[in-house]
Design a binder for this molecule. Sequence first.
Ligand SMILES: Cc1cc2nc3c(=O)[nH]c(=O)nc-3n(C[C@H](O)[C@H](O)[C@H](O)COP(=O)(O)OP(=O)(O)OC[C@H]3O[C@@H](n4cnc5c(N)ncnc54)[C@H](O)[C@@H]3O)c2cc1C
Ligand code: FES
Length: 700
Amino acid sequence: MGSANSHRSRYNMGMRAGGAMISKPGLGWPFDQSPFHQGERALHELYGRRQQIDFAARRVIQDHLTEQHRVFFGQLPFVLIGSVDHEGQPWASMLVGRPGFVDSTDPVILRFEADPLPGDPLLRHLVDGAPIGVLGIELPTRRRNRISGRFQTLDERGFAIRVVQSFGNCPQYIQGRDLEFLQERPSANIEHSDRLTLHDRTMLAGADTFYIASASPGGPEDISAGADVSHRGGRPGFIRIDDDRTITTPDFVGNYVFNTLGNLSVEPRAGLLFADFKSGDVTMIACRSEVIWEGEELRSFAGAQRLVRFHIKQIIRLRGALPFRAVGSTEVSTEIEGTGTWSEAVQAQKASRELARWRPFRIVKKDKESRNILSFVLEPADDGGVAAHLAGQFLPIKVLAGDDGSHLVRSYSLSEVANGRTYRISVKRDGIASCWLHDRPTGAVIDVLPPRGEFIFNTATRKPVMLISAGVGVTPMVAIVNSLLVNDMRTRHAEPIIWLQAARNGGDLAFAAHIIHKVRHHANLSAHFVLSAPNREDQAGRLADHVGRIDRDVLARLLPTSDIDAYLCGPGGFMQSIYDALLGLGVPDRQIHFESFGPARVLRKQEKIRPAGSSQLIRFGRTGKAIAWSSSFGSLLGAAGVAGVTAPYGCKSGVCGSCAARLVRGSVTYTLPPVAELDDSEILLCCTVPEGKDEVVIDV
Ligand SMILES: Cc1cc2nc3c(=O)[nH]c(=O)nc-3n(C[C@H](O)[C@H](O)[C@H](O)COP(=O)(O)OP(=O)(O)OC[C@H]3O[C@@H](n4cnc5c(N)ncnc54)[C@H](O)[C@@H]3O)c2cc1C
Ligand code: FES
């Protein structure tokens, strides 16, 4: 072992004199002071989770190693170390050795009996009290544990750290692998550069994992400050090389603790480490980070909550340095399967710009969801991508199902979240197009337009959410709940989610098993099935939480507070009665959202009492009826519904042409580019709103 420099940085360099901050081993975080620094806490606040994270962390984070963690570290063939150089630049290192090289004979001390990989500058960072982050991952089992500590001693056999924080992490996004040690110790080739070479580009393009070291500056008594090293996983192709000194990666939904992003918010410098377990190559990168919180790039990358761009300062390449190699196949983490790649994101951006272009999609999977609802998974049958959608939106489709061989256009809500590769719609067997779809085998091709629709979950809400559906109206709700409860481990919405689903009987209740599974994994989700005519089987299985209809009493019983966001989808009469009941129970009008699959529309409170003539008039020529325009109508079709005028209607998205009508007077503007072919005098009611101040007269 070499000797360590004795420089001091602006990072916390020691424990409080006399070890006064060290508590007696026990369960949970023993200090009043938060285990999180101000950067982490600001992000907890931003996502509305300050109390929840603080409460959970005080139970989970320890100031010492539990027996289980000590055994765990003793079994590992490698650990990741996060350290900070004399300029405050974080670095991620990999320490390797035969199991047993990490050892702990004292619950607050962890020893590493190993040299850093040849060429790794880690030893130079090991100065008195220097912040050290440790990440242990057991690849075959995907277990991981993290430590934040302070360097303590260095000798010929290795070094030791004093534990400040120790905690377990879930296995999410980790790829399972088996490693086998080489017979001989490898001799590494060390290279230095300030930009990516072809070798690096190839390595990064194929990587499914990298590690990121970050650090937060803090005073000597700040037990929340220090270094951290974290794991980042994705499908190969999740790292984009922007140029030879810049890369961009997605940040997926995590545990909302924000150790890394919290550190980057107060100190943007980071250290990355890429390890190729097949070739034994390791690439260490010192860089500066930039977090991207919104934009088209982010929206088009399936599963990404944020993007992080890294500006490279220095690269150390250790070719063939690892003493082991991966054997067998990689066990792909299920959480990663739902995430995208950069090439899919580029394709998605291109596809979403072609709003009016029909493209062929193949049915690759059919699943029965209830007695009469089938799900169809569709993937592109051309070489194009899959435009991203938001949960709640729908997909216009065109099928060759007309009696006379003509095309029919229909819309179907997407019943799954965007994954960059496929769409899923769930269709009730009903009339011509839906029956035609049900009868298609897998492999059949239909035409689709990019998703659209305004029925979108408000992700900014911090309120409890009620998702209320009847029959096939459940489809957008499934996408919404899946977008919130991302997988069995992660929720994007910490407040209560109340699922209320109505059907005739258990045979008609689609997605019930899926929702029951979600309830088992997510404490904030409760599901209530309301059956109007349960059969004997339903009664025996006690499927129904309530027999009858969803009415004011049912809602009053389940409402945690009147300050909720409610999302409704089902037949018009159903939604109107629920809307009226929710209003009566004090739920604010603007917090009730609905989607209609047919022409029926919910009449909002202000629409019922609005005096005609208060603003621009819309006149429906043939009926003699007129109504004062309100932007809450959404479209002239909406205005017709409120005025009690029956206007023909189909896709609600400017595609099928069913709502075409002659504009007699006034002018209108389109909210969506119309796809249906029209005569010069015709307009599409479903996607037009009045323009200017003049009265609009439509021949309906
Ligand atoms: C935004 C939006 C989202 C939607 N999402 C979904 C979804 O997720 N899942 C879903 O299943 N549907 C959804 N729909 C409805 C879907 O678009 C179709 O309207 C539905 O599938 C019926 O189309 P069809 O061609 O099968 O029926 P059509 O042939 O158009 O018939 C429509 C209705 O009229 C009845 N009918 C037809 N002919 C007659 C007749 N001669 N006498 C009596 N009745 C008749 C049919 O039984 C049917 O109930 C959505 C609609 C919209 C606008
Ligand atoms: S309803 Fe289809 S174009 Fe308007």
